[in-house]
Unconditional design. Structure first.
Length: 364
């Protein structure tokens, strides 16, 4: 069992499902399991490790169906409400897990520990109207502090959530190079003879397909995760969802990766980018709000103008012609970036400072 640090006890509500297990699993990332043998996720990098109770969004099928329709998770709050005073801090990762708790705090005036919210997608994808938006505005007034992973989201908060502007901050997302460096993936016959593109949502497939089809480069294009894409080009290989080990094998063996994103002013696709950087893959990515804070930190990521076919064609051609040594330098730059400025350790230090601030200033 890990240490009790400086005595802080944190209730962590996360907006995804994890596995609760007695021993550390081999096939899951640290953010996808909770185990008594080690602290959860990035909390292991706190200088003084707190006690963290993790509650995910697991529920019954009918509750999940309702939650998916209304777009926030209420069952988490119902599970923890009776014991909430046991904690020193409520840490919520994903604002859709915070709505009911914030509303209860405001309406019933129930004494609660400080609430720290990590807002992933500008509440509900930067909406500006509707019942869910108004609920978000009402509930968010119960937040003591908020963190976001895309710096441009502050413009949305200034307009729609001005009461949060002076108690929120941008913290870059980080990933753990120590986890990824231990992974070994086999060499496949087509190594370095293809470009890989991974994803299934909020991807600008049209621009990528048009740009690639108008080029005459040697590399094939592997599209992974979007099996319903229709194309007649025999050099384009469309693959469905595949096991994570197979997916990573395709990524590390690619000549380079392309990340063609739609442009929205909130966080998405950051983990896709950062994990590929950790694996040492050269990357060509759309210069969109969601990842702009990240792509500018490494010379191993080349950007193109979103929705611009001609600009994307130019960048694809440039990367296709790069020598192996130059591609290796790009991959090395990406790994070094993940080991330093975009590391999980750096993110953890920032979160620890915020947790200490809230813990020291809590009422009672």
């Amino acid at each position: 069992m890990y240490g009790d640090g400086y005595g802080m006890k944190i209730l962590l509500l996360i907006n995804w499902k994890i596995k609760y297990c007695d021993t550390i699993p081999e096939n899951l990332q640290p953010s996808d399991y909770s185990c008594p043998e080690e602290p959860f996720w990035f909390f292991k990098y706190f200088s003084e490790v707190p006690e963290v109770d993790v509650v995910d969004i697991s529920s019954t099928k009918w509750v999940e169906k309702i939650e998916n329709k209304i777009r926030f998770h209420f069952y988490q709050t119902l599970k923890v409400l009776s014991k909430i005073k046991q904690y020193d801090l409520i840490f919520i990762h994903g604002s859709n897990s915070a709505m009911l708790l914030g509303a209860i705090k405001r309406i019933l005036r129930i004494p609660m520990p400080p609430i720290l919210d990590v807002d992933i997608s500008s509440f509900h994808q930067a909406s500006t109207s509707g019942i869910i938006h108004r609920l978000s505005q009402f509930s968010s007034k119960a937040f003591d502090y908020m963190v976001y992973h895309t710096s441009s989201q502050i413009d949305y908060y200034k307009k729609e959530f001005p009461w949060l502007v002076n108690k929120c901050e941008f913290v870059p997302l980080g990933v753990d190079y120590n986890y990824w460096k231990t992974k070994q993936y086999p060499v496949i016959p087509e190594r370095k003879n293809y470009i890989v593109c991974v994803g299934y949502r909020k991807r600008d497939w049209n621009t990528l397909l048009k740009a690639y089809n108008e080029l005459n480069i040697d590399e094939e294009l592997y599209l992974i995760g979007k099996p319903d894409i229709k194309c007649e080009n025999s050099k384009i290989k469309v693959l469905p969802f595949i096991p994570i080990s197979e997916l990573m094998t395709y990524i590390v063996n690619a000549k380079f990766s392309v990340i063609p994103l739609d442009d929205f002013n909130y966080s998405f696709a950051q983990l896709t980018l950062l994990q590929q950087m950790a694996l040492g893959v050269p990357i060509l990515a759309a210069d969109v709000y969601a990842i702009r804070d990240y792509i500018k930190r490494s010379s191993g990521v080349i950007s193109y103008i979103p929705y611009d076919v001609e600009n994307l064609k130019t960048k694809l051609q440039e990367l296709s012609k790069l020598k192996e040594a130059d591609l290796r330098k790009m991959g090395q730059s990406n790994m070094e970036c993940i080991m330093t400025v975009l590391s999980e350790q750096q993110m953890a230090q920032r979160f620890e400072r915020i947790c200490r601030m809230l813990y020291g200033g809590k009422e009672g």
